[in-house]
Ligand binder design. Structure first.
Ligand SMILES: NC(=O)c1ccc[n+]([C@@H]2O[C@H](COP(=O)([O-])OP(=O)(O)OC[C@H]3O[C@@H](n4cnc5c(N)ncnc54)[C@H](OP(=O)(O)O)[C@@H]3O)[C@@H](O)[C@H]2O)c1
Length: 308
């Protein structure tokens, strides 16, 4: 194996074999966001085959109904759908309240819904849409679903090697003062996820609840298809032919949540199922604390109690 500098280790990780679950069944309660397309869709259907109890969060009721029927057909023990546009803070909050009425015992919470936008767009609440969906929504759901999480609950962030593009500026989370680029905005949102993971794990250390993150591979999905014709053409001709099958991502996600040696970590960053060190800017504890406090303020949620 070639000895890459730390920041390029993901090139090695991408070549490692992807672990596979040893279980045939996993009858746990799993909340999964973004289950109507790509990685989330394949993960939902694979978990259905393992007889999981699924709570799927989706923004499109018709797509959700279709995935629900498919999952039930494949053997899911139960499937509930909660409809929400997770880029809207108020909807993410209502979504969490609805989930609490459906289950008081969540074993696994998978934050998968995500997007990449080449243009700066603000939500109706004034947040930059990528940051709101990729960072605020997981933060809100994790906090508000706390009453249903238990000492062996696992929260998994579907993050990205794209966090290496960074772009996080705590004085300009809406990109009002800087030139917006899709890669840097995506990098900012995924960096924010990782920083807040550190701070939340620190606060959760006595509870048994763990939060980990993973890069699901570079796989062919609908991500980026919300962008303009030029981007979609570029993606179709140059990016998509190099992309892999999202079944690989689902295999890795399921291995992480079902394999005790992988699921018992805290603050892990997996590339598929290979443990990796995320970028230095996403490991800064002082920045993690400041961003966590700021994000809770912006979303108007109660920070988790601090363990002194
Ligand atoms: N594909 C890759 O190579 C890759 C690489 C690294 C990381 N990731 C990460 O993997 C995750 C899944 O992405 P994907 O590649 O599977 O993309 P995808 O095919 O576009 O799926 C994204 C999912 O998120 C949902 N979603 C989008 N906006 C939403 C909103 N405002 N509210 C609620 N749900 C929303 C989508 O719903 P609709 O079906 O209604 O659009 C869809 O179910 C993302 O977090 C992404 O950053 C992907």
């Amino acid at each position: 194996m070639f000895n890459f500098p730390e920041e390029l280790n993901f090139l090695n990780s991408a070549k490692q074999p992807i672990l596979k679950t040893s279980l045939d069944t996993f009858e746990k309660t799993i909340v999964l966001t973004g289950a109507t397309s790509g990685i989330g869709y394949v993960t939902a259907t694979e978990l259905a085959k393992m007889h999981a109890h699924l709570i799927l969060v989706a923004r499109d009721p018709l797509k959700a109904a279709k995935v629900k029927a498919e999952c039930l057909n494949l053997g899911a023990s139960s499937v509930e759908c909660v409809i929400a546009d997770l880029s809207v803070v108020s909807q993410a909050k209502t979504c969490a309240q609805t989930i609490l009425t459906l289950s008081s015992h969540i074993d696994v919470l998978i934050h998968n819904a995500g997007m990449h936008s080449t243009k700066r767009r603000l939500t109706s609440e004034g947040h930059e849409v990528v940051f709101a969906l990729n960072h605020y929504a997981p933060l809100i759901l994790t906090h508000l679903l706390m009453p249903a999480l238990h000492p062996s609950s696992h929260v998994l962030l579907i993050n990205s090697e794209g966090h290496r593009f960074n772009g996080l500026n705590m004085n300009d989370l809406t990109w009002k003062k800087r030139v917006y680029t899709g890669l840097r905005s995506y990098g900012a949102s995924k960096t924010a996820q990782l920083l807040c993971m550190i701070e939340m794990n620190q606060r959760l250390v006595d509870t048994g609840i763990v939060i980990n993150a993973m890069h699901p591979g570079d796989v062919k999905t609908h991500i980026g298809q919300n962008n303009g014709t030029l981007y979609r053409l570029f993606s179709k001709l140059l990016i998509q032919p190099t992309l892999k099958d999202p079944h690989q991502s689902a295999q890795a996600i399921i291995a992480i949540i079902t394999t005790p040696s992988l699921a018992s970590h805290r603050n892990a960053f997996y590339h598929y199922t290979t443990l990796e060190v995320c970028a230095k800017h996403a490991r800064n504890e002082a920045k993690a604390q400041a961003l966590y406090t700021l994000s809770c303020e912006i979303c108007d949620i109660q920070p988790l109690s601090k363990i002194e």
